[in-house]
Design a protein around this ligand. Structure first.
Ligand code: PLP
Length: 431
C-alpha cells in the first residue's frame, strides 16, 4: 500500500514521537540528569569519553558491594559461591548482549584498552619475522600503541614485523579499496575500530572481515564506541576479536570485555600470570586453565562485572535500532545547525555515523569554546580525543567534540548550537 503524503507525514511524526517517548523513559533511568549545575540541568555531550551511569548499574553495583560481596571462585562458604554465580551470570549476560556463541568467549578485562593489549600480547606472541599488521589511521591510541609496542618487542626478539597503515579520507572514512591494496599473504592481523571516537564514522566491519579472512588474517575490532549504540551480533559481524569498555556503555568503570572467537582464543597463551588463571603451579613452571580463566589473572573486578552484566541486559532490552536512528537524527541536526554558524567547520562527514560531531570555530581555541559552553552547563570534549594521527591527517591540531548518548535530545542540540553561535559572537570568530 502506498502512503499518501499526509499519512507519510503522520507516520514520521508517530515514529519520532515513539522515539521521543522512549528517550524520555531512558532519561528517567539516569540519576545524573536529575541534578542541577548552577540551577541548570546539565547538557552532557561527552558520552564518547565516558557515559553517565544507568540507575540499574548504580543499584546493582551498590547491592553487590553492600549485600552480597565476596571473592569469586575461591571460598568454600555460601556467599563466595553466590558471588561466583553472579559473576558467571554476568558473563552470560554480556555474551547475550554481544550475540556471542557462548559465554566462554567472554573475557573480563579492565577496559577496551586492556582487551586490545591482551590480543597484541598473546596473539602477538606468535608473530614471525616479516609478518604484517594493518592498523587504520582512524584509531584511538588504544588500538595503535599496543601494535607499536608489539613491533618493538618483535624487533628486539629478532623477528621484526611491519605495521602497515590504512589511511583515512578527507571525510574521516576508510576505503575498502585501500585495504585491498594493503592485504597480502604477509598480513597476520587487521586492527580497526568499529566506529571513530573522534569523527563518528562507522566502518563496514562485515566487509572488512570478509577481505581480511580471504587474506588468511585475523580481525580485531575496537568496539569501544559502537557497543553503546549499535545492536551487535558477533555471530554475524565476522570479527575474530571485539573489545569494549563498561564505562562507555552506561555501565561501571574499570571493567571491559574482550570477546574472542573460541578457535582463536583457545590457542592463545596467557598474557598475565597470577591466581585464577593457573591449573597447577610448580616452583619452576605452571600450567594454565582453559579460556576465559586463562586470561583473568588475579581477583577480577567482581561487583563491576555483575553491574556490567545487568547494564548490558538493560541496554539489550531497549529498542536499540530505534535509539540509534534517533541518535543519527540528532547528529544530522547538529550538522545542520552548527554548519550554519559562520566560521565553523565540521570534520568527518561519513554518511554512516555514530552520534559524534567534531568541529572547529575559526579563530577560537577549542578550550576557550569548551569553557564558554561549560558556563551554560554544556559539557563537550576538546583536543585530539586520543586520535592524534587522525586529526593530523585532516590537518588539525585538535577539535571540539560533542558526543551524544542514548539520553540526549533535540532540545540539547538546539542549546549546543545556540551556545556555539553565542561563543562565535563573543570571541569574534573570523567567520
Ligand atoms: N577505543 C576507542 C574507540 C575509544 O574511544 C576509547 C576511549 O575513548 C578506547 C578505545 C579506550 O577505552 P578505555 O579507556 O575505556 O580502555
Amino acid at each position: 500500500m502506498t502512503l499518501v503524503a499526509e499519512d507519510r507525514k503522520s507516520k514520521v511524526q508517530e515514529t519520532a514521537q515513539t522515539a521521543e517517548s522512549v528517550v524520555a523513559a531512558v532519561r528517567a533511568e539516569f540519576p545524573y540528569l536529575e541534578h542541577k549545575i548552577n540551577g541548570r540541568t546539565p547538557i552532557f555531550l561527552d558520552s564518547a569519553a565516558s557515559a553517565q551511569k544507568a540507575r540499574l548499574c548504580i543499584e546493582t553495583l551498590q547491592n553487590a558491594l553492600t549485600r552480597s560481596y565476596a571473592n569469586v571462585h575461591r571460598g568454600a562458604y555460601s556467599q563466595s559461591a553466590q558471588s561466583t554465580l553472579a559473576y558467571e551470570k554476568a558473563r552470560k549476560q554480556v555474551a547475550e548482549f554481544l550475540g556471542a556463541k557462548s559465554e566462554q568467549e567472554i573475557v573480563f578485562t579492565s577496559g577496551a584498552t586492556a582487551a586490545i593489549n591482551l590480543v597484541a600480547y598473546s596473539f602477538g606472541a606468535n608473530v614471525q619475522a616479516g609478518d604484517e599488521i594493518i592498523v587504520s589511521e582512524l584509531e584511538h591510541h588504544s588500538n595503535l600503541v599496543p601494535w607499536q609496542l608489539l613491533a618493538e618487542r618483535s624487533a628486539a626478539a629478532g623477528k621484526p614485523i611491519k605495521l602497515r597503515f590504512w589511511r583515512i579520507t578527507e571525510q574521516a572514512t576508510l576505503r575498502l579499496e585501500d585495504l585491498a591494496e594493503l592485504l597480502s599473504s604477509r598480513t597476520k592481523l587487521v586492527a580497526v575500530t568499529h566506529a571513530s571516537n573522534a569523527f563518528g564514522s562507522i566502518v563496514p566491519i562485515e566487509q572488512v572481515a570478509e577481505m581480511t579472512h580471504k587474506a588468511g588474517a585475523a580481525l580485531l575490532v575496537d568496539g569501544a564506541q559502537a557497543a553503546p549504540h549499535l545492536p551487535l551480533s558477533m555471530k554475524e559481524l565476522g570479527a575474530d576479536f571485539y573489545a569494549f569498555s563498561g564505562h562507555k556503555t552506561y555501565g561501571p568503570n574499570a571493567i571491559g570485555v574482550l570477546w574472542g572467537r573460541s578457535e582463536r582464543l583457545n590457542v592463545l597463551p596467557p598474557w598475565q600470570g597470577g591466581g585464577e588463571m593457573i591449573r597447577e603451579v610448580q616452583l619452576e613452571k605452571s600450567s594454565y586453565r582453559e579460556v576465559p580463566a586463562r586470561f583473568e589473572a588475579g581477583t577480577p573486578p567482581i561487583a563491576e562485572a555483575i553491574a556490567l552484566g545487568a547494564t548490558c541486559d538493560w541496554l539489550a532490552s531497549q529498542p536499540r535500532q530505534l535509539l540509534h536512528d534517533y541518535a543519527v537524527g540528532l547528529v544530522r541536526t547538529a550538522h545542520e545547525r552548527l554548519g550554519a554558524i559562520a566560521g565553523l567547520r565540521i570534520h568527518g562527514t561519513a554518511t554512516d555515523t555514530l552520534p559524534i560531531v567534531s568541529f572547529t570555530l575559526d579563530g577560537v581555541h577549542p578550550h576557550d569554546l569548551a569553557t564558554f559552553l561549560d558556563s551554560r552547563a554544556i559539557a563537550v570534549r576538546t583536543g585530539h580525543h586520543c586520535a592524534e594521527p587522525a586529526h593530523r591527517a585532516l590537518g588539525l591540531n585538535g577539535s571540539t567534540r560533542a558526543s551524544f548518548g542514548i539520553y540526549n535530545t533535540f532540545e540539547e542540540i538546539e542549546a549546543l548550537a545556540n551556545g556555539v553561535a553565542e561563543a562565535a559572537e563573543f570571541f569574534g570568530s573570523a567567520g
